[in-house]
Write a protein that binds this ligand. Sequence first.
Ligand code: NAX
Length: 483
Amino acid sequence: MRQAWRVGDVRAAEKNLMATLPEGALMQRAAAGLARRCALLLEETGGVYGARVLLLVGSGDNGGDTLYAGAALARRGAQVRALLLSPERVHLAGLAALRQAGGFTTRDLPARADLVLDGIVGIGASGGLRPEAAAIVRELPALRRRDGERAVIVAVDVPSGVTVDTGDVPGEAVTADVTVTFGCLKAAHVLGPAAVRCGHVDLVDIGLGPALTGTPAVRVPDAADIAAWWPRPGATSDKYSRGVVGLATGSAFYPGAALLSTAGALAGPSGMVRYAGSAHREVVRAHPSVVVADRVADSGRVQAWVCGSGLGSGDEARTELRSVLATALPVLLDADAINLLVGGEHAEDLRRDAPLVLTPHDGEFKRLAGEAPGADRAGAAARLAAWTNAVVLLKGDRTIVATPSGEIWANPTGSAALATAGSGDVLAGLLGSLLAAGLPPVRAAVAAAYVHGLAGRRAAENGPVTAPDVAAALRPALAGLLT
Ligand SMILES: NC(=O)C1=CN([C@@H]2O[C@H](COP(=O)(O)OP(=O)(O)OC[C@H]3O[C@@H](n4cnc5c(N)ncnc54)[C@H](O)[C@@H]3O)[C@@H](O)[C@H]2O)[C@@H](O)CC1
């Protein structure tokens, strides 16, 4: 698991650490790490000696890191030019170091650069980029390097223009190939559209780790976490002890949702899938191992329910939702079930002791919460989780999982391929299977999003992706993860 931290916590940790070190030591560590990464990138594209390096230098310490790293590259023979955005407020010692190493300042963006270091603004950013910086950032994609390819762009700490604590990108912002960050990850590296702007994130150890205390802003699972959490059958397992998941999904109008949620559930770890609903004939025809009934009340025992995908909005759907919520079992509500909650008539049913998981996309989130997730998606998900006392999985390129107590996870395996009709039904089934197998709801949500993302990526290797492709790719994705 990786952890990302809020700016306030990073600043506090830096302050504590700096009190134990000579002045400027942290910046020297940061700049040395940055220069090393940049040199490696230049070696991949023709070498450091003679390479053209452009520094975009803002007025704070982020610019200072950039100038010192530029100085190190100049000492290795690179032609380093610094474009100062606020010459009157530049980091003076950094500028002196650059000049002493043979680097220059420039007033204009050059036509050619092999490498660009974006040191306009780091964790001290407030608001969107100022117009002058924004104008420069707009020109960056046109810069060419010596082999005619696009210049490599390295963001120093964070890409300038992103909102560091939320991952929002309110306006113009740098799109980096690599982001070299210091001490720890920040939320922008793992959340929202900012995470996409970071490119590959490289973490330089400056000794900050032990000084970081409190709760991380965001946790990011890795493959080892998911493999460790994933329930596996043992020698004494049987189909019931592995958990039985019940699906109250689909309808005569939307039988496909029933099939897709079933396919998702069958790839999960539970030992049996029960389906309850009016698409039961289609389900059993496509998936002979599924035990079917035509309504929740007539279904046998299960250990968790999935309700919603394609359920419809009529009286029958309401009855099914009420039956599911009346159980003392973990329940996942998706799609139509979330929409049915909006009128408020199920508010009482939501006050349950057993776990509840909600899996909205932005539209469903807006209907339920009364407003769109907005710029702070993680904060919005956490507020909805606290309000509904549910684990909320907010779908997106970096799907967020939030708990009622404010724990936030960001999924790193997202794929644009998952933006396809029915892909959420597959996710709901898989997540329900994990709940039935006994995984705590937050882990079930995080693990399902992770594997669903892997499956989306795998499916995309064979061309355009539909939801059945995602379902079919779950098993190979799991095989790769669990073996
Ligand atoms: N504090 C520390 O111990 C360390 C800090 N480091 C570096 O220092 C950075 C933080 O430095 P600062 O606190 O000086 O802050 P920054 O350098 O991130 O930015 C502050 C400056 O940028 C300007 N600014 C703010 N928002 C802007 C916007 N939207 N557009 C254009 N300019 C804007 C402000 O006027 C201010 O002068 C980190 O990101 C990191 O790069 C590293 O050297 C590691 C150690």
